[in-house]
Design a protein around this ligand. Structure first.
Ligand code: SF4
Ligand code: SF4
Length: 343
């Protein structure tokens, strides 16, 4: 509320017409809601300094290696933590849709029946049922993240919108960016950039840093892996260039998909030739730590059994990217245990 107060202060030199217009805009923005599935404080991976990352639920892409499967659906999803369950079966009685059953000692959720009402989660005395995804007013999200403004200021950090794809909830993402910008908080937008031009343009108007996913530049592979054409990403790059906003490119390095030298070289060439304000290029090694999350959502992990990469491979791919023109190339991610090395 402190930000609102500053807008209506007695000494506010803003002309009345503009102030009223701004109040109307702020009131409209306050009414917007977002579905988020996580709010990660003290994050150091999603931009400079100490940050809070707001994870928006829902993504238009379907990358088989997605390490946040709970981010893909736009709807809230219930998961069951067997290790916490008391076995009293009270949740079965409170479910109005008869969507819960116990079979072979496991809770089985009929996801076709489940409406995401949350009654079972609210009832469960052991927190064994959890809802991935919560619909909140953007104003409430802003107030939660703005509490750490002092940490952001001291560390050169801020707030990152991630997901999922934040721009797939355009009104909410733009409103949150605008509120943060008005409060003087640094904003980063982690995006696959497949949004319509008007949405991207409106979001960029309140963005200080873009974290841009470039998985492959091969149109056939991009469509096959993500379900969306690469030219949407390429068009977004032109729009981002025009703003002058700095960009950190992120390339997932996935065994059998994007880890070949040719792919990394092509992505680095694209970055060097097309992205005018790229500050760094991160190669993110494949992680299988998400496998249990797929199981909780009753989905198979498409990359189950795929090997983790090793430091030598990642170092080599960094060298390939540097040689092709990317600057400030870094890698990170879990490494093969057998080699005794972890990043
Ligand atoms: S209410 Fe919670 S603890 Fe009880 S059976 Fe259901 S999930 Fe398990
Ligand atoms: S969220 Fe609602 S509909 Fe879904 S399982 Fe729980 S009680 Fe049933």
């Amino acid at each position: 509320m402190w930000m609102r107060a500053s807008l209506v202060g007695m000494t506010d030199p803003m002309p009345i017409g503009k102030r009223q217009a701004q109040s109307i805009t702020m009131a409209r923005m306050s009414a917007v809601e977002a579905t988020i599935f996580n709010l990660q404080k003290f994050s150091t991976e999603d931009g400079p300094g100490i940050r809070t990352t707001v994870f928006f639920k829902g993504c238009p892409m379907r990358c088989p290696w997605c390490h946040n499967p709970e981010s893909q659906s736009f709807s809230p999803e219930v998961v069951w933590h067997g290790g916490r369950c008391l076995g009293d079966r009270g949740c079965l009685k409170v479910c109005p849709e008869d969507a819960l059953q116990v079979a072979d000692g496991r809770m089985v959720l009929n996801r076709q029946r489940c409406t995401g009402c949350g009654d079972c989660v609210a009832y469960c005395p052991a927190s064994a049922l959890e809802m991935h995804g919560q619909r909140l007013p953007v104003r409430a999200i802003f107030e939660m993240v703005a509490r750490d403004a002092a940490f952001y200021a001291a560390s050169g950090g801020g707030v990152t919108l991630s997901g999922g794809e934040p721009l797939a909830q355009p009104a909410a993402a733009i409103a949150l960016l605008e509120m943060l910008r008005e409060a003087g908080i640094h904003t980063a937008l982690d995006t696959c950039a497949a949004a319509p031009d008007s949405v991207l343009g409106a979001a960029l108007a309140h963005t200080d840093l873009v974290l841009l996913d470039v998985k492959t530049t091969d149109p056939k592979r991009h469509l096959e892996y993500t379900g969306l054409p690469f030219d949407r990403v390429a068009r977004a790059v032109d729009r981002i260039n025009a703003t002058g906003i700095p960009v950190w490119v992120r390339t997932p390095v996935i065994p059998g998909y994007t880890d070949d030298e040719a792919n990394i070289r092509d992505v680095a060439l694209f970055v060097a030739e097309r992205l005018k304000h790229c500050e760094r290029h991160d190669l993110l090694a494949f992680s299988n730590l998400c496998e249990s999350k797929y199981a909780q959502l009753d989905r198979p992990f498409p990359l189950a059994g795929a090997p983790l990469l090793n430091p030598a491979t990642m170092a080599h791919l960094c060298a390939v990217a540097l040689q092709a023109g990317s600057r400030h190339v870094h890698w990170s991610g879990p490494m093969r245990v057998a080699e005794g090395l972890w990043s």
